[in-house]
Design a protein. Structure first.
Length: 190
């Protein structure tokens, strides 16, 4: 993926676009299209799938075919998605996102949860994350990828996974005595 959009989990408002070195015109295109309901829903849906067709997008987010095709065309023109025609029995347009969309909690909620890190465990979300990791034991994932696939805000994913390193959590909970995943931090040069 070329770009990453972090958005407010409650309002869908933009929080951050990365990388910081993104061209101003590209940033403006992302901001403009994100402010529109249908393109935003398309981008969020495309982040959770490898690639898809307009028909599958219609099933997921609704709207008429003509409305979806117009918005897909706008997103493609802006370079935020890629589309190619294939012929599998019939002609299909395969659509893939060039950015990932990751939800975050509002700032005040992130700070509150971080302050009390390790004091409690959101077991439903923890179990969902561990379940996802168990289904994909051979692969490593970033917190953003886990967030997209589990539909849990990225800051919650980061906090829940970091709770396994918290002395408070380890002392208070049998559930967290042994980390049920392998931790690997990934870095690369700009």
């Amino acid at each position: 993926m070329k770009y990453c959009v972090y958005y407010n989990n409650n309002t869908s408002g933009l929080i951050e676009i990365t990388p910081d070195s993104i061209a101003p015109t590209k940033r403006a295109n992302i901001e403009l299209l994100w402010s529109q309901d249908i393109p935003r829903k398309i981008l969020i849906h495309l982040s959770s799938v490898e690639d898809t067709t307009a028909a599958r997008i219609k099933e997921e987010i609704g709207h008429s075919s003509s409305t979806l095709h117009e918005n897909i065309r706008k997103l493609e023109k802006a370079g935020l998605i890629s589309a190619k025609m294939i012929y599998k029995g019939n002609k299909q347009k395969i659509i893939r996102s060039n950015l990932i969309c990751v939800s975050k909690n509002p700032e005040h909620k992130r700070r509150f949860k971080k302050y009390f890190q390790g004091m409690w465990v959101d077991s439903d979300k923890s179990l969902k994350i561990i379940g996802f990791l168990n289904k994909h034991k051979e692969d490593f994932f970033t917190s953003e990828q886990i967030s997209i696939k589990t539909k849990i805000p990225v800051d919650d994913v980061e906090l829940i996974l970091s709770n396994w390193d918290s002395f408070t959590t380890l002392a208070l909970s049998d559930f967290f005595k042994k980390r049920p995943f392998e931790k690997k931090t990934l870095y690369r040069a700009k």
